[in-house]
Write a protein that binds this ligand. Structure first.
Ligand code: GLP
Length: 242
């Protein structure tokens, strides 16, 4: 695990964008899994700027999202589909047919997950999975104590996750109770992983990761032995024992 501690959010966004830019310059046909949440927004802004000034291009990449709320149509502004378009996809040169996002509103969620796995396999697997981190240690929507041997699958969201998402919804009942997510097996199979840690609420999850022991209560620990894992995290998340 390569850990890069950065002073603040801007530095995290800068480092993360450079990391992705350098990988993309070395291999213009990357297949990439993209996160949602507040953490990656600054990185997305910078990557879009690199694409706009011609430093990088997403023309030959394959892009996927990590997860989606179950039952949510892509047109819903609260969907991860809409978020990714707003924050990133609408500002880069990726052709529409190179982007495959999970359909939260699929009639048959299991079939949608299998179709998604086939699309990832057809892209040759993931070259890069970019991950945010839940305060409860989740990666994508793989919640504490969920099994680690699954590819894309439907999930029940943990109450801690629902609480974290509550400010984005008008009331508690509107907060989704379920999602679709790439599984730990999908993420662990990515040829490289970039994990981003921002916000003090992630301190405990980061400590679990750095403790170096796999623990089902902290899904992020599932990737500790990945051969190409880079972590970029705000220095405020550094455990005091380090
Ligand atoms: C959601 C997403 C995760 C994301 C997490 C962190 O739960 N499903 O993929 O990593 O939020 O969000 P934030 O970056 O806003 O802290």
């Amino acid at each position: 695990m390569n850990i890069i501690w950065v002073a603040d959010y801007d530095a995290l966004a800068e480092q993360a964008a450079r990391h992705v830019r350098d990988l993309l310059r070395a291999n213009g046909t990357l297949s990439i899994a993209l996160p949602t949440g507040d953490t990656p927004i600054g990185m997305y802004r910078r990557l879009a700027a690199y694409a706009a000034n011609g430093e990088i291009s997403f023309r030959h990449t394959r892009l996927f999202n990590l997860d989606e709320y179950a039952g949510m149509a892509p047109e819903n502004p609260q969907s991860y589909h809409a978020f990714l378009h707003r924050q990133f996809l609408d500002h880069i040169d990726a052709p529409a047919d190179s982007v495959r996002l999970l359909r939260g509103d699929a009639h048959d969620a299991d079939e949608e997950c299998r179709s998604y796995d086939r699309a990832i396999a057809a892209a040759g697997g993931l070259d890069l999975a970019i991950l945010g981190l839940g305060a409860n240690g989740h990666i994508a929507f793989n919640e504490p104590h969920d099994p680690w041997d699954r590819e894309t699958h439907p999930v029940t969201l943990a109450e801690t996750t629902r609480n974290a998402h509550r400010p984005n919804f008008k009331d508690d009942d509107s907060v989704p109770r379920a999602g679709l997510t790439m599984g730990i097996k999908t993420l662990a199979a990515a040829r490289s992983i970039l994990l981003l840690g921002a916000g003090l609420s992630k301190r405990e999850a980061m400590a679990a990761l750095l403790a170096g022991v796999k623990d089902a209560a902290w899904p992020v620990t599932s990737i500790i032995d990945h051969p190409k894992l880079t972590v970029i995290a705000e220095a405020g998340l550094k455990p005091t024992t380090l």
